[in-house]
Design a protein around this ligand. Structure first.
Ligand code: UDP
Length: 243
């Protein structure tokens, strides 16, 4: 397929940030529900252990490299990606576009406090933005009500922050019913919009050390980061990689 580089079987988009944004701005006006994943090594390694999740990844509209791991690995697979297309940057730019063009945005995920704060902060930042949200701590029995809330609001952009892989499974399962033009799994981005979690300072981002900043500022994540060396070894020993 064009505009893709396969990293350990996961088809990453080779579009730049600007190209991705341009494509999604068009998609916001469309009628086909599109599922976007901003993927890191954790998602790739999960897919290697779970065939159904790998099949889901191979079926979505677009997978962007949300992290230096995928950018690093891409050079071994025939198409060196230039930079990351992160969930937080992509969703910020799309929210701004929605505010300017009258598209609705729905945030699904994070704690009730964090979700309400994120909605409030974004309303404050973009007074013209039509936005609503709902926290991500719901039970299976709440699903009909949640789906009705999303459908009733008719957003063009649905940002789902339930953690990996729950957010991907949620979008994949419900996207045709919800019928939102663009749905993106955004992990902890709603907490960032709420100001509850801070992004790494620019210097750390420029040094490509955002992952280390997150590890130091949220030590409970260290266990999850163990997947990084495993990812590196898997790429370096992969028979399908190019030298
Ligand atoms: N979360 C949620 N419902 C749950 C579990 C998690 O809404 O049942 C939220 C959690 O509050 C956080 C996000 O999902 O806002 C996951 O954040 P994390 O930092 O783990 O995501 P990452 O960006 O690392 O995928």
């Amino acid at each position: 397929m064009q505009n893709r580089v396969q990293i350990l079987g996961v088809p990453f988009s080779t579009l730049t940030f600007e190209e991705t944004l341009h494509k999604l701005e068009q998609d916001l006006r469309g009628t086909t529900p599109r599922h976007i994943i901003t993927a890191n090594p954790e998602i790739v390694m999960l897919a290697r252990e779970d065939a159904a999740f790998m099949a889901l990844l191979q079926d979505v509209e677009l997978i962007t490299p949300d992290g230096i791991g995928a950018v690093w690995a891409s050079k071994y697979y025939g198409h060196a990606l230039h930079d990351r297309v992160t969930g937080v940057e992509l969703s910020t730019a799309l929210i701004e576009h929605c505010a300017e063009n009258g598209h609705g945005v729905f945030l699904l995920g994070a704690s009730p406090q964090s979700n309400a704060l994120a909605v409030q902060n974004l309303r404050h930042r973009y007074p013209n933005l039509r936005i609503d949200g709902r926290d991500g701590y719901f039970k299976e029995t709440d699903l009909p009500e949640i789906k009705a809330a999303v459908r009733g609001f008719q957003p063009s952009l649905l940002l789902v922050g339930l953690g990996v892989p729950r957010q991907e499974l949620f979008i994949s399962k419900h996207k045709s019913e919800l019928n939102v033009p663009v749905s993106i799994g955004v992990g902890g981005c709603i907490d960032i919009f709420a100001g509850v979690v801070k992004r790494a300072p620019k210097l750390w981002q420029n040094l490509k050390l955002e992952w280390m900043y997150r590890l130091l500022s949220q030590p409970s994540r260290w266990r999850r980061q163990l997947v990084l060396p495993k990812f590196v070894i898997t790429v370096l020993t992969d028979k399908n990689r190019k030298k």
